[in-house]
Design a protein around this ligand. Structure first.
Ligand code: AMP
Ligand code: MN
Ligand code: MN
Ligand code: MN
Length: 293
C-alpha cells in the first residue's frame, strides 16, 4: 500500500484515454502496457459512455504494478452543445451508473444510420456498414469509426480532415443527438463515490457566459474537477484553465486523451505536468485508488 505522502508525489498521472471498448484502437491490456512503458504512475481508462473495459484495465494495470483509478467519459448535452464529463474513482459495479451509461449510449446505432443517410446524399455509399468494420463494441459506434472508414475509402486524407468536411455541425454526416443531462452524469459519478471532472474545457467553443453557466451548474450538481493539462489543450489553453480552476476552486486533472498510436499526437503519459499551484484530483481520490498487491 502506498502511503498518502507517496501519493501526493505522483506527477505522471494519465487519467484520460480510450480503448477498443469505445473509439480507441488498442485493447485495455495494450494501453496498460503502453502507459507503464511511458512512465505513468497512476492510470485511468476513460472510454466514452461505457465501463465494460474497467475490470480488464484495472487487472492489467495492477499486474504491471501501476496504481489504477476507474474512469469513464460521459457525453452530455448542455446549452445545445456536446460536453464531455470524465468520471474518476467511482464504483464500476454501481447499478445507477451502469443504467445511466446504458441509456446514454442507447441511441448510437440509430444516429449512425442517420449519419450514413446524410453521407449517402453526398455520394458516400454504405458508410454505416463500412464503419462497422472498425467497431469492436457494437453498442458504441462513434464518429471516430466513420472517420476511419472514410479515410480508408479514400474520401479524406486523415481523420481530422473527415471531421472538418463531413462530421461536424452543418456537415453532411452530422446528426444532432441528445446525450445525458449534465446533472444526471455528475450524479451517477458522485453517487458511485467518484469525482466528476469537466473534460477538455477549451474544446467547446463556448462564450464566456456559456462557460460560466457550465462551470457553475456543474459545481451546483456536485462536480469538483476540471481537466487542465490534456492532449486536447494547447499550452495557452492549459495556462487559461489553470486560472479558471483556481478561480472556481476546482481540482485539476491531467490526461492524454490517447486513442491510437497512429492518430493521436499525445501519447500516454507524455504531457506537461500540472502547475504546482493546482490541487490534483488524485489527491482527493486517495481512498479510491486501486493499488498493486
Ligand atoms: P461521438 O461520441 O460519436 O460524437 O464521437 C466523438 C469522438 O470523435 C471524440 O471523442 C473524438 O475521439 C473524436 N473527434 C471529435 N472531433 C474530432 C476532430 N476534430 N478530429 C479528430 N477526432 C475528433
Ligand atoms: Mn473519442
Ligand atoms: Mn472528449
Ligand atoms: Mn476522450
Amino acid at each position: 500500500m502506498n502511503t498518502p505522502l507517496a501519493l501526493t508525489n505522483i506527477t505522471n498521472a494519465d487519467l484520460h484515454c480510450h480503448s477498443k471498448v469505445s473509439d480507441g484502437t488498442l485493447e485495455p491490456e495494450a494501453l496498460a502496457a503502453r502507459a507503464k512503458a511511458n512512465g505513468v504512475e497512476l492510470w485511468a481508462l476513460t472510454d466514452h459512455d461505457e465501463i465494460g473495459g474497467q475490470q480488464r484495465a484495472m487487472d492489467a494495470a495492477l499486474a504491471l504494478g501501476m496504481p489504477y483509478l476507474t474512469g469513464c467519459e460521459i457525453s452530455v448535452t448542455f446549452a445545445g452543445k456536446v460536453v464531455h464529463i470524465v468520471g474518476l474513482g467511482f464504483d464500476h459495479h454501481d447499478a445507477a451508473m451502469n443504467a445511466g451509461l446504458k441509456d446514454t449510449r442507447g441511441g448510437r446505432t440509430e444516429r449512425a444510420k442517420e449519419m450514413s443517410d446524410g453521407l449517402a446524399k453526398v455520394g458516400i455509399k454504405d458508410a454505416y456498414e463500412g464503419s462497422l468494420k472498425y467497431v469492436s463494441n457494437p453498442a458504441l459506434i462513434s464518429r471516430t469509426h466513420f472517420a476511419r472508414f472514410l479515410v480508408e475509402a479514400g474520401h479524406c486524407s486523415d481523420v481530422s480532415d473527415v471531421f472538418r468536411r463531413y462530421l461536424t455541425e452543418g456537415k453532411p454526416g452530422y446528426v444532432e443527438h441528445k446525450w445525458a443531462k449534465l446533472g444526471d452524469a455528475v450524479r451517477w459519478i458522485t453517487e458511485a463515490q467518484g469525482i466528476a471532472v469537466i473534460a477538455h474545457p477549451a474544446r467547446y467553443g463556448f462564450t464566456p457566459t456559456e462557460e460560466y453557466a457550465l462551470i457553475t451548474e456543474f459545481i451546483a450538481h456536485g462536480g469538483r474537477g476540471m481537466e487542465v493539462v490534456t492532449g486536447s489543450h494547447t499550452l495557452a489553453d492549459a495556462v487559461k484553465y489553470t486560472e479558471t480552476a483556481l478561480e472556481f476552486d476546482l481540482l485539476a486533472s491531467r490526461g492524454s486523451d490517447f486513442h491510437s498510436p497512429t492518430e493521436s499526437h499525445t501519447d500516454l503519459g507524455k504531457l506537461d505536468f500540472l502547475p504546482g499551484r493546482l490541487k490534483p484530483v488524485w489527491a482527493a481520490l486517495e481512498s479510491r485508488i486501486h493499488h498493486p498487491a
